[in-house]
Design a protein around this ligand. Structure first.
Ligand code: FMN
Length: 351
């Protein structure tokens, strides 16, 4: 029987165990999106995770969603990530950067221009902009040229991440951001080859993954999905057909992993396991009240190869040993999730 503490080959690297740090936006970069020394310290503190997946990182200026999120589209960004990667590697860890293009989950006050999306459909709700919380605005429907430049921005960002010394990239196709907006028919009402049928809705994500894998090697590329997720006003029909088409389109690319977030009402991890021949990282979701027990049984039953932890990783820099030894946990303070400098960031104590 496989255990959470057996080693695991993920792409070109070997994780000493299967406890993964989930991507978490923390808004501690400079206003220009440059990763700081404090961020290097935060990630290095978590080097004992089998793999660190970074917070969402915008691959282009127009893909930024929130203030003070990091980018990976300038030389200054790349130099900042080099310092982060060196700190993580120096402490014995591994890090993939999560490439997150926010699409319509943004605001002119954040990016200085109208956000883009598959279609001009305004999401319900409000967004924190740095100058207060504002209602979402109608995004501009992406032209054929916009599709090419968005896809190219993922490719360029992946090259920069690898040049910075990161172990790979995770394409964020979950939680209502741009790639997820293509998959869901409430946000994607296109009438071209990228909208309509489940195969068409999966097409932009497949082409982007293919292009990134061709540029940096499939073993350096992961992807995150959240089938049936409703965060950021997602709603879709034909879930099985759409995610089935997506997985069929990318399974042969030899990717490092597929990362699946479980959402209420759909067994996304089980669905994906049956359709994915590579490494599968599960996240049991916000609603799970027994994260550690679920992780142990998910890996032991073969339901997933590894499990990612969000809030427990945020609050416990040494989470893997705490799980292994059954030790007490620090509790995450939601007041400092998205601001606070070192407070609620690098000051959670290790045992
Ligand atoms: C503060 C915070 C920020 C997050 N930011 C991201 C993000 O940038 N990208 C992403 O894919 N998920 C993000 N998530 C979701 C987590 O990766 C994870 O799926 C979620 O927290 C559920 O896991 P948990 O119950 O272990 O916390 C975030 C979660 C939290 C708490």
């Amino acid at each position: 029987m496989t255990s959470l503490f057996d080693s695991l080959r993920i792409g070109a690297m070997t994780a000493p165990h299967r406890v993964v740090m989930a991507p978490m936006t923390r808004n501690r970069a400079t206003s220009a999106g440059v990763p700081t020394e404090l961020m290097a310290e935060y990630y290095a503190q978590r080097a004992s995770f089998g793999l660190i997946i970074s917070e969402g990182v915008q691959p282009a200026a127009i893909g930024q969603g929130y203030p003070h999120t990091p980018g990976v589209h300038s030389d200054e960004h790349t130099a900042g990530w080099k310092r982060v990667a060196e700190a993580v590697h120096g402490a014995g860890g591994h890090i993939f950067l999560q490439l997150m293009h926010a699409g319509r989950i943004s605001h002119v006050d954040v990016i200085g221009t109208q956000p883009i999306a598959p279609s001009a459909v305004t999401p319900a709700g409000e967004i924190f902009t740095g100058t207060g919380t504002k209602p979402f605005e109608e995004p501009r429907a992406m032209s054929a040229d916009d599709l090419v430049s968005a896809r190219d921005s993922f490719v360029d960002a992946a090259k920069r991440a690898v040049a910075a010394g990161c172990d790979g990239v995770e394409l964020h196709a979950a939680n209502g951001y741009l790639l997820n907006q293509f998959l869901a028919d409430n946000s994607n009402q296109r009438t071209d080859a990228y909208g309509g049928s489940p195969e068409n809705r999966a097409r932009f994500v497949i082409e982007t993954v293919q292009a990134v894998a061709a540029a940096v090697g499939g073993e350096k590329v992961g992807i995150r999905i959240s089938p049936n997720g409703t965060f950021n006003d997602m709603a879709m029909t034909h879930i099985e057909e759409t995610y089935g088409a997506l997985l069929a389109g990318i399974d042969s690319l030899g990717l490092a992993y597929l990362h699946v977030g479980e959402e209420p009402g759909f067994a996304g991890i089980k669905f994906s396991r049956a359709r994915w021949s590579g490494v599968l990282i599960g996240n049991t979701g916000y609603a799970d009240s027994d994260k550690i027990g679920s992780a142990v049984s998910l890996v032991e039953s073969g339901g997933a190869d590894a499990v990612s932890f969000g809030r427990l990783a945020l609050a416990n820099p040494d989470l893997p040993r705490r799980i292994k030894n059954g030790e007490a946990m620090n509790k995450a303070d939601s007041k400092t999730f998205y601001s606070g400098g070192a407070l609620g960031y690098t000051d959670y104590p290790a045992l």
